[in-house]
Every structure is written in C-alpha cells, then in structure tokens.
Design a protein around this ligand. Structure first.
Ligand SMILES: Cc1cc2nc3c(=O)[nH]c(=O)nc-3n(C[C@H](O)[C@H](O)[C@H](O)COP(=O)(O)OP(=O)(O)OC[C@H]3O[C@@H](n4cnc5c(N)ncnc54)[C@H](O)[C@@H]3O)c2cc1C
Length: 357
C-alpha cells in the first residue's frame, strides 16, 4: 500500500501541481473510510484516501487507541488500535493510496458525475465519485475553563491517551463525568501511583456499570473522588505540580499531581465540508439510506458525518453504509458493467481479488 505523508514544498521552491486520476476519492481514513476501500475493492473500484491526521484510524487511532471496543460484529473485544490494524490488513489486497497529513480543501463538481478535489498541500484529484467519510470533521477537545492551562497542554495536560504506559506510576487527575472520564479512570487506576477523579457534581453521565466500578474503587480507598471544579494549577515549564480543587461548598483542596486529563467532550469542527454545496442538517450530511448518496450525484457520505432517520453513530453502521455506497458508486465508475451480487465465501472471482485463490 502506498502511504504518502508529504510536507509542503520549501518556501521559494517551485510547487508541482499533481493531478491524480482515480475511480473514487475517500475523504477520511477513519474506520469507515478504511472499510469503504474494502467494499469498493470487491467491485473493482480503486480508491485514494486523504486524511488530515498523520495516521489512519480516525477517532479509534486518535482518541482511544488502547480502549476496548465490544460491539464490532463477530469480534468480542478489540482495541481502537487493533481494529485499525485489522482493517488495514483487510484492505491490503486492494492497494489503496493514502495521502496523510493533508486536508481536503475544495470539492468541485465538473461532470455528471466527475469531481475535482484539492488538498491544502496543492494536490489535485479528478475522480468519478467522492466518499465523504470525514467523521465529525476535524475534532478538537474542549478546553476546560481553567486559567493558565495552555503552557501545560501536551506536556502534562492531555486531552487523549495515546500510550497508557506514559501514565504508569504517575499521580493523575482526571476531570469530567462522562464515559471518557470514567473509562480512563478505570483503565488508568491500576497503573497510576494515585488517581483522583474530579467532577462538578456527584452524578455521572457515564455508563452505570462504569460509575459502580469507580465508586467501588473509591470505597476501597484505591482512588479518590472529589466533587467540585479545578480552580487553579501549580507548576513550571509545562510540568504540573498540583491542582487546587474548589468544592461546591467553596472550600479549596490542594492535590499533588503529575498529569491532568480533562475529558470535557469534543468540539467537532466541520471545516471545509461546509463549503461543498451540500444541504447540511445540524452540520451533518443528509443521505439516502438506499445508497448513502447526498443531494449531489456521485457524492456519498458515510459514517459519523451523515444523518438519516434512526442514524446511530456506531462503527457497525458505517460499515453497512459503506457496502451500500459501493453498489451505487459502481454504477458511476463502471457504467458499462452489470453488477452481480456475490458472497466472498463462494465467489472465486471475489476470492481472486482478495488473493486467497
Ligand atoms: C471515546 C470513544 C469511544 C467510542 N467507542 C465506540 C464503540 O465502542 N463502538 C462503536 O461502534 N463506536 C464507538 N465510538 C464511535 C466511533 O469511534 C465512530 O463512530 C467512528 O470513529 C466513526 O468513524 P468514521 O470513519 O465515520 O469517522 P472518524 O473516525 O471520525 O474519522 C474521520 C476522519 O476524517 C478525517 N477528516 C475530516 N475532515 C477531513 C478533511 N476535510 N480532509 C481530510 N480528512 C478529513 C479526520 O481527520 C478523521 O481521521 C467511540 C467514540 C469515542 C470518541
């Protein structure tokens, strides 16, 4: 598989504008964009993928690489990182080309259907169909309202856990009351030197089972729970030394910490998708549930970025959407060919494509 992560041309150097012709361009290499390559590949459709991130896997790789996922059909347990690796393995026979560290900036409809797509790294694609698998767009964690937090960000204040080992034997302060705060509390408590969870009220939005497990750890003095808000931080050169927590009664408690992990949710920034002539609904792209095509012919939207009655933002929904999208994309990419529905278990032609025959 060709994975390109290119830097911009040096200042003053002549920029080469490259036009890449492809059957389909997939915007976003999250789990759904990756699986789209598989479904397209089975139908002899070649794909290029572009992603702003410097790695594949979308939210699974960026936000919860080591967290377990329990609801992928047929896989009782897999981490975000494991699922990304498995998808990369699955799409290997189709040899997609990745353009990582690049944002799709413009999308122009120049035929019926034919699209010209450009990236912020001056790459130009001409493609018969486009699959927007852009998730929530470019996602950014919400910053907690704590004065002077900026110098610690990325050093001892982290909005995502990339490597759990980085927190081994550390005094950790986790802030928040949702699933991310609770899940990371339960995952990091066994390896932390001491873990304190702070939430503004003694009522949690996270899964009840996680809340019960957390409360059991507090009752066993295995971790601390403080009800209140982080009022101020102490430290220097980006390294936290302590946090001051203001209880709901106004009393201040000083907690010595090595790292703080605030989980206040994500701000999804749709980014350039908003400028592509799509009729959006609450920053999501409405699609037909038969084809996952948008209001523009040949332009599809799958995964977290789309909306339709009953939509669930689950990976398995995106996988289903990718399969149906590919059927309609085939119509645009190979209009001369009749599409015959086949199973991978019994079709020798599909097995040849997968390299197993
Ligand atoms: C903490 C957490 C736990 C979760 N647990 C589960 C679970 O257990 N089970 C489950 O089914 N789901 C779970 N989810 C939800 C799941 O991760 C999402 O449904 C899934 O990631 C959606 O996949 P996607 O490919 O549509 O989008 P994403 O994973 O968001 O990927 C979209 C990609 O598009 C890229 N992109 C966006 N705009 C552009 C652009 N203009 N140009 C180039 N690239 C662009 C982004 O950088 C990103 O990499 C969880 C989510 C979180 C945050």
């Amino acid at each position: 598989m060709l994975v390109k992560s290119e830097r911009p041309a040096a200042a003053g150097a002549e920029r080469m504008i490259e036009t890449i012709k492809t059957d389909v361009l997939v915007i976003g290499a999250g789990p759904v964009g990756l699986f789209a390559v598989f479904e397209l590949g089975l139908l002899d459709i070649k794909a290029h993928l572009v992603d702003i991130l410097d790695k594949v896997g979308g939210q699974c790789a960026e936000l919860y690489p080591e967290k377990p996922i329990y609801d992928i059909p047929g896989i009782p347990y897999i981490t975000g990182h494991g699922l990304t690796d498995a998808l990369m393995q699955q799409i290997k026979p189709f040899n997609p080309t990745f353009h990582l560290g690049e944002m799709v900036a413009t999308l122009e409809n120049i035929g019926d259907p034919l699209f010209r797509v450009t990236t912020d790294r001056d790459k130009v694609f001409e493609t018969k169909a486009v699959v927007i698998a852009a998730g929530g767009g470019s996602f950014q964690p919400k910053r907690p309202p704590i004065q002077g937090i900026e110098p610690y960000e990325g050093k001892s204040v982290h909005y995502a856990v990339r490597k759990m080992e980085a927190f081994r034997d550390k005094r950790l302060l986790i802030v928040g009351g949702g699933d991310s705060a609770l899940d990371w509390t339960l995952n990091l408590q066994p390896i932390a030197k001491r873990l304190t969870l702070v939430h503004r009220r003694d009522d949690f939005r996270g899964a009840p089972a996680s809340v019960s497990k957390m409360r059991a750890l507090v009752a066993a003095s295995e971790m601390d729970l403080k009800i209140g808000q982080v009022a101020s931080l102490e430290g220097g050169n980006g390294q936290l030394a302590a946090a001051s927590i203001k209880g709901n009664d106004g009393a201040l408690t000083r907690v010595e910490v090595d790292a703080m992990l605030p989980f206040f949710g994500l701000t999804m920034k749709l980014g350039p998708v908003a400028d592509w002539g799509l009729s959006l609904q609450d920053e999501l792209i409405p699609v037909s549930t038969a084809t996952f095509e948008t209001n523009i012919r040949g332009l599809f939207a799958i995964g977290d970025i789309n909306t339709y009655p009953g939509k669930l933002k689950l990976i398995l929904s995106g996988f289903h959407e990718a399969a149906l999208m590919a059927q309609k994309a085939h119509h645009y990419v190979h209009p001369e060919k009749k599409l015959v529905f086949q199973y991978t278990t019994s079709s020798t032609s599909l097995q040849k494509k997968l390299g197993v025959k």
